[in-house]
Design a protein around this ligand. Structure first.
Ligand code: NAD
Length: 477
């Protein structure tokens, strides 16, 4: 297991003299003590990315070769999938089967962008003067990628892969809670043939390393996933140096069940929408909107399912609900449950639990009789807590669905095709799932409306965030 910073393809001690303790949230054991980047370490990482980006060698490296290296990185990760999934579960607390899905998606993401690297071209532009004008897509430069702890490696790949494909160089700062798999990515990117400086990985705290990266004049773009609060700060800090910024922030996504839906599938979708990943998912379907005529039956079935989801050892293959990532997050989620008890009706869960007397576990929790204006309905909890809201008709469902400062994702359950299209169009969200939930693919763009951020990750669209358009005029008169 690597515990040093990865700068210029070398493993280095932090000059800050600081370390981070990485804890297994399921057992409260310390997994590792990791070097924590300070300002001078961030500077060294940025300079390494800068030097590489500005080098002739990098400019001359063909896009096809970069693509092949990314694809190779995907293959190398696939060979180590089990080991890396284990590490992800150890540091995050999610069930091992979920980590295996995360690593498989990371492999796909690396390979997918490997395929894009040599397909980014420009256009010839017909202009009135008769000159020859063309556009080129050029890399935006040095990218500072800041990622959270909920999908540590996967979300890192959503930034690192398109950035490298576009010809950028990257400084990646993983979350302080979950830096271990990002360090494996560093190793793999190096093994795949990327030269020193192409990817630097510097674990550190948000308030020191994160802020230093955002403020650094040598960084051209910040790609961030995390809380809306920190997203706002990043925009402010980035303004001074006019950095490009893309933000993938929080959500309070509505999952809407109409009376005509396949209710069995809808309830399964509601369960998966909130309890997959312990609800620590930016697109979690944390507001369940249910048409009043089926409300009672849906809640009854959902409660029965929630009660079966006993939090357990993440390495037990029967476990479907793991440990909350940290003591801090556990306290945060529990404080929302306390607030919810005074606002709405608790119908399932609501308790903190442990496994063998240890760990930060929380039962699958469902609140009924919830309404907009309540904290559990308006604020992102980021835990296994669902609020059920009844509605009477389509217009009311759309109104409640949009009654949020967020707009990341939404779900719709209906057999009526017109209703599905109409509601999908009316909901202000970056992703709408119809008769399914929590589906992702490297080819399908993902990102938020409103205060869920801007810019898109994944798909062709993500590459827009890592390139600038250059217009060249060849005077012919
Ligand atoms: P956070 O936003 O504080 O942290 C995310 C990343 O940003 C981490 O790498 C962190 O070190 C870094 N960071 C923190 N402060 C920074 C700053 N001032 N400048 C630059 N980087 C900084 O998220 P968190 O504290 O880990 O979680 C708090 C809440 O954020 C959660 O409860 C949840 O609501 C939300 N969240 C959302 C997502 C998402 O995917 N949208 C992911 C994680 C957390």
């Amino acid at each position: 297991m690597h515990t040093d910073l990865f700068i210029a393809n070398e493993w280095r001690k932090a000059t800050s003299g600081q370390t981070l303790e990485v804890m297994n949230p399921a057992t409260e054991e310390i997994l590792a003590s990791i070097e924590a980047a300070g300002e001078a370490d961030v500077d060294a990482a940025v300079m390494s990315a800068r030097d590489r980006f500005d080098s002739d060698e990098w400019r001359r490296l063909s896009a096809r070769k970069r693509g092949a290296m990314l694809y190779r990185a995907g293959e190398l990760l696939a060979q180590r999938a089990k080991e890396v999934a284990k590490l992800e579960t150890l540091q995050n607390g999610k069930p091992f089967f979920e980590s295996s899905i995360d690593i498989a998606m990371t492999v796909e993401t690396l390979k997918y962008y490997g395929g894009w690297a040599d397909k980014l071209g420009g256009n010839v532009v017909p202009v009135a003067s008769g000159d020859f004008v063309y556009t080129d897509r050029v890399p935006v430069g040095v990218v500072g990628a800041i990622v959270p702890w909920n999908f540590p490696l996967n979300l890192a790949s959503w930034k690192v892969a398109p950035a490298l494909a576009a010809g950028c160089t990257v400084v990646l700062k993983p979350a302080a809670e979950t830096p271990l798999t990002a360090l494996v990515l560093a190793e793999i990117i190096q093994q795949a043939g990327f030269p020193p400086g192409a990817l630097n990985v510097i674990p550190g705290r948000g308030t020191t390393a994160g802020v230093a990266l955002v403020k650094h004049p040598g960084v051209d773009k910040i790609a961030f996933t995390g809380s809306t609060e920190v997203g706002r700060q990043i925009m402010r800090h980035a303004a001074d140096t006019m950095k490009r910024v893309t933000l993938e922030l929080g959500g309070k996504s509505p999952n809407v069940i109409f009376a005509d839906a396949d209710l069995k599938a809808a309830v399964r979708g509601a369960q998966n929408g909130i309890f997959y990943g312990k609800g620590e998912v930016c697109a979690a379907g944390s507001r369940l909107l249910v048409e009043r005529s089926v409300h009672d039956v849906v809640v009854e079935q959902l409660v029965a399912r929630a009660k079966k989801l006993v939090p357990g050892d993440p390495f037990d293959e029967n476990t479907r609900l793991g440990a909350i990532v940290s003591r801090r997050q556990h306290e945060r989620v529990m404080s929302y449950i306390v607030a919810g008890k005074s606002e709405a009706s608790l119908v399932a869960g609501g308790n903190a639990t442990s496994v063998n007397g240890k760990g930060f576990f929380i039962e699958a929790t469902v609140f009924d009789d919830a309404k907009p204006g309540m904290r559990i309905v308006d604020e992102e909890i980021f835990g296994p807590v669902l609020s059920v809201i009844a509605f009477d008709d389509q217009d009311e469902a759309i109104h409640i669905a949009n009654q949020s400062m967020y707009g990341l994702a939404a779900g719709i359950w209906t057999k009526d095709i017109q209703k599905a299209f109409r509601v999908a169009r009316a909901i202000r969200a970056g992703t709408v799932w119809v008769n399914t939930y929590n589906m992702y693919d490297p080819a399908a763009p993902f990102g938020g409306f409103k205060q869920s951020g801007y810019g898109r990750e994944l798909g062709r669209e993500a590459l827009d965030g890592y390139t600038e358009t250059k217009t060249v005029w060849m005077g012919l008169r």
